[in-house]
Structures are given as structure tokens and as C-alpha cells.
Design a protein around this ligand. Structure first.
Ligand code: M6R
Length: 614
């Protein structure tokens, strides 16, 4: 989604803004722009379709001086991606420039009113309406910029994170947020704005997180002035963020996605650190310990999420039902929020989100909250909107995930779900102690097995080169590995643009089997599980129809190996832990197919890292 950077201080703003935009490239965008106030107080705006480097080239020879500025990467919602629709947007008089993430839902009504007042518009965006409205209100009521922003936003319906600067006001950077994330970085007499921490951490680790409907005025060498839209003063404690610069760099890998695949043993270690006690062989998540009575009395758990996080949620259902004997519904957040779901106050809703900013998941959470459900979040980004809106929860601690295709977020989400189910199952005595111990022991050792899976990368690279011809792929799995099949298909679709479908293996006979011929690669996720014999039959059915079989099996497999065209062998583990291993070859497979096809793996077309609009 769109990215925001802002700076006010003593340094040249342009290099800081451009570097910041580059750090935000991973979020997905199709145009970029920058606005700067030079020492004469002139307000210069430059924008360009395409990548940040286009913008940089476009700015060569132009006046990019100034120690205050705002910059933006735009992921088109209203209006096609072009120079005109790119941000920053000027107001009518070109005295104010604004950048915006989010969607102004009532922009047409505001635009109509402004047109009546003689305003004209250059772009198709809701953002231009907002900056024009701020100028209109400012003039009409003779307000300062921050007062005008405050007053205008009272009429705005929708989501926004904005940065605004004004001609001849070199000591005034105004920002505000509602529903879209915005962080203020606090330096020595200088301030930074970021839609996440990545453009800021190079300069400072001290930040404040704005809450919804808050406006901040940033001036050099003064404290930030934060107010609500109702003009109440707000005090925010400064928070130290733990992110390191190396966490958001490629570290010698050609793509963030590959780096993040290989980081999974480290991220799982961080995820389990201080939670899985290897001496006592027991798991304690503080959020579960504090709220165990909630789980004891829960009639139902609802897990809601989108995309990859939804696949992790599906694994959560298998886990909670098996170990805790609590009924679980898994809901795609965008459907859940617009149904009329029956939610009770003794339900527990678990939103799962890497970014913690996904608009649909956030809205689903708010809906469940309004019905009195207890909210237990699973998020990666500390301080994100979902994390802050929950009653309790567990962070995944995967570290920053920059690649658009989610990898380590998935395995850490599954790990948190495993730990939750084990702890709750033990406390509720629905999980026999011996079984609990056995799984905990295996979980404590899972990283060695994950590292063994990394060694498969070369072999999978070779297999991948065979299948670049394919226009379709089918992924099959059963039980705990059915969601893994869905995840494998999603990974392939999003980064290689090959059509892929995931199915529960036994469903194949009910339709998809018609697609199988000698052209169709079928990835069968079939480690040794209780349904192994059944999946062997499914593989026979594919073989009989000449499908090309790529099987993910447990080391030492005999039956499937005989039939498969390619067999990828993973270490043996407990059935409930197999998704942590089986998903890794699928991540490699999609990565290598996409790179052989020359795709932009880290920034696939049309996709955004965190989807903060509906
Ligand atoms: O940040 P979230 O986990 O809420 O994001 C949910 C999905 O947008 C995300 O998982 C998406 O499907 C990824 N691109 C998958 O790789």
C-alpha cells in the first residue's frame, strides 16, 4: 500500500525522503512524489509514475533544496497510476501540499461542495479533495494549518494518514491519522514521519505512535504538539523501537523473500524464546496464562484473517479442535465483517495479521469487539493498529517481513497457534500430559529440521526449471497440510503469475480431477500422516491421468516415491508440526519458478505488502 515519509529538521530533506521512499518500496506502489519547502519558502512538488528511481531522475536539475518535506509512494485506488494522480497534491492556490494513505469515503460530497465554491480539480483522487478542503476551511475561518487540518478532518469519513506542509511556513509539518498507520520519529530537534518504522530507524529509534483522530504539529527544536480532532491535548510516551537497520536490508541475498525464507529458523527461535522452556519442557505464553479462564469458558473461538494469515488460521482450527476441544470457526475477514455474524460475549476472536494493519481484519476485530467478544491478537508488527486494539495477544516476533510474499510470518503464526493450543489444551486437561510433552520436545527441536529443509533449495531450484512452461498448477494436501496446499498455491500465483489452485486431496474427485492431463503439474503435500494411505490413492488417481507429480514426503517414503515424478523429502516430525516443514519446499518452489521467469519477486505486480484499504 501507499507509503509516507516526512522530515523537518536542519538536514537536507530530499536525500532523507528519497531513501525513505526506497525503504517503503516493499509495500507496493505505482508512482512516487515529493514536496519540499526551500529557504525562500517556496513549495516545490515533483512526482513521477513508476519507481522511485524515475522520480529521482525527474528531479535532476530541479530545486530540491529545503530542510522540510513530505514524500509518498502511491498504490492506486481512485484514479489510474499516472503523474497527475501521484501524491503530493497541491491545493488550488498551490500554497499547501499533502500526502495521504487511505480512502476518503465521502470525497464526492466534499468535492461537490468545493466545486460550488469555485474549486477546480486536476486529478481523480480523493486526496486532492482533502487538500482543497483544508485550504477552503483555512481561508474561510482564518486558521493555522494544523487548526485547518483538525477542523477539516471532522467532516471526513474514511481512513487516512496524512502529512501536510504549507508555503512560507518552514517550521510547520502537520500530520494526522485515522485507520492508517503513522509513526513520528523523534530526533535531536528534528522529526521524521513514516507509515512504518523502516524510513525512520536509520536516524532514530525513539518514536510515538499516533492514535486515530489525532493531529500532530511538528516544529524544529520544540516538543510535538498532539491534539484530538476535538482539540483535546494528548500526551504520548516515547517508545523505543527494537528494529535494526540490518533487519530491513537484503544482507547479500538477491531478494528479501529468499532472505526471509532462510531466516525462518531464526525467527522461530525468536518466536519461542522465553515462551518454550527447554529445561522444564513447557510452554507459557503470558497472554494465555493471564486469560486462561476466558479460554476455559469460551463456547467458541473465531479466527479471522486474510491471505497467508488466513491459511495459518485454518491450521489453528485443526490445532484448537484437536488439543483444546473448543469449536473453531475460521473466517476470511472481508466476508465476516459484511455478513451478520452471530457473535456472543463468550466467544473469543483471534485476528491474525503480520502487519497488524490489514483493513478487513481490523474491521472484523472491531465488529467482534462491539458484540463483546474477547479479542486475542496474533500480530508481527509491534504497536500496529490490530495489536493495539486487542484485549490481549501474542506477538510472533518474526522480525520485519519486507518481501510481499509472506514466508516467515506464516511459520511464526503457525508456531504461535501451536504454542497456544498446547498451553490451553494442557490447562484445560483436554490434551494428555504425555502427548503434550512429546510435542513440546519435538517443537523445541524443530529448528534443526527447518535447517535441513533449507538444504533442499538446490534440488528444488532444478525441479523449478522444469515447470516454467506450466500455465496452471494444482496443490493437494490433507488435514494439517490442506492449508499448506492453499499457501503453496497462493505463493506461486502472487510471485510467478501462474494460475494455481489448492484443494483438499480427496475433493479432487468432485471436480478438479477433470483438469488433470500430462501438462498439469500437481504438487502433493503428503508427509506421513494418519491419512497417508488415502493420499496414496489420490496420487494414484493423478498418475493414472498422466499428471506430473511433485510430492513433498517424509524421508524414507516408499509408496508415493514410486509414483511421483519428483520427490522432495523432509524430516519426520509430529503431524501437527508438519506445516512448519512442508511449507518450506513450497516457498522455494514458487521463488525459483518466479525468478526463472524473471518476475519481480519482492514487488509483484498489483500487490501491496499490507492492504490497508478494502
Ligand atoms: O499483514 P497481514 O498478515 O494481515 O496480510 C494479509 C495478507 O494480505 C497477506 O498475507 C498476503 O496474502 C500476502 N501477500 C501473502 O503472501
Amino acid at each position: 500500500m501507499c507509503g509516507i515519509v516526512g522530515y523537518i529538521g536542519m538536514k537536507d530533506a530530499f536525500p532523507i525522503l528519497i531513501k525513505g521512499l526506497k525503504r517503503l518500496e516493499y509495500r507496493g506502489y505505482d508512482s512516487a512524489g515529493v514536496a519540499l519547502l526551500n529557504s525562500e519558502g517556496e513549495l516545490n512538488v515533483y512526482k513521477s509514475k513508476g519507481k522511485v528511481k524515475n522520480l529521482e531522475e525527474y528531479c535532476i536539475g530541479k530545486d530540491v533544496s529545503g530542510t522540510i518535506g513530505i514524500a509518498h509512494t502511491r498504490w492506486a485506488t481512485h484514479g489510474e497510476p499516472n503523474d497527475l494522480n501521484a501524491h503530493p497534491h497541491y491545493s488550488q492556490s498551490e500554497n499547501i501540499a499533502l500526502i495521504h494513505n487511505g480512502i476518503i469515503e465521502n470525497y464526492l460530497a466534499i468535492k461537490k461542495m468545493l466545486v460550488r465554491e469555485g474549486y477546480t480539480f486536476k486529478s481523480d483522487t480523493d486526496t486532492e479533495v482533502l487538500v482543497q478542503a483544508i485550504e477552503y476551511i483555512k481561508k474561510r475561518y482564518d486558521l493555522t494549518l494544523s487548526e485547518a487540518v483538525q477542523r477539516t478532518l471532522k467532516f471526513v469519513i474514511g481512513a487516512y494518514a496524512i502529512g501536510v506542509i504549507e508555503k512560507n511556513k518552514p517550521d510547520c509539518l502537520v500530520a494526522a491519522r485515522k485507520g492508517s498507520p503513522l509513526i513520528v520519529g523523534i530526533g535531536e530537534g528534528e522529526f521524521f514521519l513514516g507509515s512504518d518504522a523502516t524510513p525512520i530507524i536509520e536516524y532514530t529509534s525513539n518514536v510515538i505512535y499516533l492514535n486515530d483522530e489525532e493531529v500532530v504539529l511538528l516544529q524544529r527544536n520544540k516538543k510535538p504538539v498532539v491534539k484530538t480532532l476535538k482539540d483535546e491535548d494528548v500526551h504520548h510516551d516515547i517508545i523505543k523501537i527494537k528494529l535494526q537497520l540490518e533487519d530491513i536490508e537484503k544482507g547479500g541475498y538477491p531478494h528479501f523473500m529468499l532472505k526471509e525464507i532462510f531466516e525462518q529458523s531464526k525467527s522461530l527461535a525468536m518466536c519461542m524464546n522465553g515462551r518454550l522452556n527447554t529445561e522444564l519442557m513447557e510452554i507459557k505464553l503470558s497472554g494465555i496464562t493471564t486469560n486462561i479462564e476466558r479460554f476455559r469458558s469460551a463456547k467458541r473461538i473465531i479466527i479471522t484473517a486474510c491471505g497467508t494469515s488466513w491459511h495459518a488460521a485454518l491450521i489453528g482450527k485443526y490445532l484448537f479442535e484437536e488439543f483444546c476441544k473448543i469449536p473453531v470457526d475460521v473466517e476470511v475477514a472481508s466476508e465476516f465483517r459484511y455478513r451478520s455474524p452471530v457473535i456472543h460475549s463468550d466467544d473469543i476472536l483471534i485476528p491474525i495479521s503480520q502487519s497488524g494493519e490489514t483493513a478487513d481484519t481490523l474491521a472484523a476485530m472491531e465488529l467482534a469487539k462491539s458484540h463483546g467478544a474477547f479479542i486475542y491478537g496474533i500480530c508481527n508488527v509491534v504497536g500496529s493498529s490490530i495489536a493495539r486494539g486487542t484485549d490481549s495477544g501474542t506477538y510472533t516476533h518474526a522480525g520485519p517481513e519486507i518481501g510481499v510474499a509472506s514466508t516467515k510470518a506464516f511459520t511464526t503464526q503457525v508456531t504461535v497457534l501451536i504454542m497456544m493450543a498446547l498451553q490451553i489444551g494442557r490447562e484445560l486437561k483436554t490434551l494428555p500430559e504425555a502427548r503434550y510433552k512429546k510435542i513440546v520436545r519435538e517443537l523445541a527441536n524443530i529448528n534443526t529440521k527447518i535447517e535441513e529443509c533449507f538444504e533442499l533449495s538446490k534440488e528444488i531450484r532444478k525441479i523449478s526449471s522444469v515447470f516454467t512452461y506450466a500455465r496452471n498448477f494444482m496443490y493437494l494436501g490433507r488435514g494439517y497440510n490442506f492449508p499448506v496446499a492453499l499457501e503453496g498455491a497462493l505463493k506461486l500465483k502472487e510471485i510467478s503469475y501462474i494460475h494455481a489452485e489448492g484443494y483438499p486431496a480427496a475433493e479432487m474427485k468432485h471436480g478438479p480431477i477433470a483438469l488433470i492431463d500430462e501438462e498439469m503439474p500437481v504438487v502433493v503435500v503428503s508427509p506421513k500422516l494418519k491419512t497417508y494411505e488415502k493420499i496414496v490413492s489420490n496420487v494414484q488417481e493423478i498418475k493414472a491421468r498422466k499428471g506430473k507429480i511433485i510430492a513433498i514426503v517424509t524421508k524414507g517414503d516408499v509408496d508415493i516415491k514410486k509414483m511421483a515424478d519428483f520427490c522432495i523429502e523432509i524430516p519426520d516430525t509430529e503431524e501437527c508440526l508438519t506445516p512448519l516443514l512442508t511449507v518450506i519446499p513450497l516457498q522455494f518452489l514458487s521463488y525459483y519458478i518466479a525468478t526463472v521467469k524473471g518476475r519481480n519477486v519482492d514487488q509483484p505486480r498489483n500487490l501491496a505488502k499490507s492492504v490497508t484499504v478494502e
